[in-house]
Design a protein around this ligand. Structure first.
Ligand SMILES: Cc1cc2nc3c(=O)[nH]c(=O)nc-3n(C[C@H](O)[C@H](O)[C@H](O)COP(=O)(O)O)c2cc1C
Length: 181
């Protein structure tokens, strides 16, 4: 037995990649943070990933203007900051200050790393236009992570950080049982 899901909720079946915090800067170097559930790797050589940002968001304006961004990966302990950065616009608040997050210099771009996150992908823009959201494809220029996050073969350790996955509304989940193929 199958039931219809409203088209407007199509993403609820495939929404659960890790939630990320994307940083960008304005022309003077002032940083902003946006919470995104919509992100994906799109190429290995060259290393590229895509993020999908609504046109009205301040981060859309910043990424378009400065053509750089950093994808920061938060652990589950950062849920309050993830929620705050997804519910307030950088047009009216300083999210680093309000969410009590630490800005660290990145190695290749002007947008900062978020110190409390456990992984960071510094990206330069390779733009592709979409519909009501724009898919920003970023070439990955540098990657870093907290020491000890990865175990053998670059797999995140079982006792390492648990990522946040957005199911919808104010409901999140974190990875549970591990399976070996
Ligand atoms: C869990 C969660 C996931 C979100 N995912 C996205 C997303 O993938 N794309 C998007 O454009 N906005 C997304 N948002 C909304 C933005 O984070 C939110 O509108 C933010 O306030 C915009 O900030 P800015 O105006 O400073 O750029 C999400 C919000 C939450 C809480």
């Amino acid at each position: 037995m199958k039931v219809d899901v409203p088209l407007s909720k199509f993403n609820r079946l495939i929404n659960h990649g890790p939630v990320v915090l994307v940083t960008s800067v304005d022309e003077r170097g002032k940083a902003n943070i946006i919470t995104l559930a919509w992100q994906m790797p799109v190429s290995r050589k060259p290393p590229r990933l895509a993020i999908s940002v609504a046109r009205g968001h301040y981060s859309h304006e910043l990424i378009r203007c400065t053509r750089e961004f950093v994808v920061n990966v938060p652990g589950a302990d950062l849920l309050p900051a993830v929620w705050y950065c997804g519910k307030h616009t950088g047009r009216s608040v300083d999210k680093f200050e309000e969410a009590k997050l630490t800005s660290l210099p990145a190695s290749k771009v002007r947008a900062p790393l978020i110190g409390e996150c456990f992984g960071h992908l510094e990206c330069r823009l390779v733009p592709v236009e979409g519909n009501d959201h724009t898919i920003f494809i970023g070439e990955v220029l540098a990657v870093s992570a907290d020491e000890g996050v990865f175990g053998p073969e670059w797999v995140i350790r079982e006792d390492g950080p648990r990522t946040l996955h957005h199911l919808g509304g104010d409901t999140f989940t974190t990875p549970g049982e591990r399976l070996k193929a």
